[in-house]
Design a protein around this ligand. Structure first.
Ligand SMILES: [Mg+2]
Ligand SMILES: [Zn+2]
Length: 199
């Protein structure tokens, strides 16, 4: 089984559009600072990097599915040239209603990714800049990171909060290393006790 870092797209990888607007053209994609380094760190730490994005602009007729997919392909290529590999993109093209099983906060896209990429959801993280990303991650059984703007207090339901994707990734890796160290010291301790019992 693999572990994944599920990344929201707008506001995590690229600057989000103004309220009520959508990023539908390559010309409008501005990668956020630290994104290349963050994705490279995730790969070094053996995470699959999978984008999970709501794109209701498709249902609204603002972009076609082929155009959205070629936008994602371009993002993938440009990041890949810099050494940041995205393993897959999943998007929900639907309107809010009728409710579908893929639009976050539903877990549908994470569950599909889990099946198609052999992902252990309990070993995985969802990283997003909105509360619905956190809810989607929790609904799938993942740990979560919420990216917060300075004036945003969040509501405390994410496992970690961070200022950017790079900050999020550093904190995730720190936390995983701390847990791994605790497991190792726990094991050493129990072996020590066994020895003590022999004497
Ligand atoms: Mg977002
Ligand atoms: Zn959907």
């Amino acid at each position: 089984m693999n572990k994944a870092a599920f990344l929201d797209r707008d506001g995590v990888i690229n600057r989000k559009a103004r309220k009520g607007e959508y990023i539908t053209r390559w010309e409008d994609v501005q990668f956020l600072p630290g994104v290349v380094e963050a994705i490279a760190l995730l790969q070094q730490a053996e995470f699959r990097v999978i984008v999970i994005t709501n794109q209701r602009c498709v249902a609204k007729g603002l972009v076609t599915i082929p155009a959205l997919e070629s936008l994602h392909q371009r993002m993938r290529e440009e990041l890949g040239k810099c050494g940041a590999v995205i393993d897959a993109f999943y998007y929900c093209p639907h309107e809010m209603l009728p409710a579908c099983s893929c639009r976050k906060p539903a877990a549908g896209m994470l569950l599909a990714a889990s099946r198609e990429h052999a992902i252990d959801l309990a070993a995985s993280w969802m990283i997003g800049d909105s509360q619905i990303d956190v809810e989607a991650g929790r609904n799938a059984g993942c740990r979560t990171v919420r990216l917060l703007e300075e004036d945003d207090a969040g509501d405390g339901r994410a496992d970690l909060v961070a200022a950017s994707l790079l900050d999020a990734v550093r904190r995730m890796i720190e936390q995983e290393e701390a847990h791994a160290a605790k497991r190792i010291s726990g094991r050493a301790h129990s072996e020590g006790s066994a020895d003590a019992a022999d004497h």
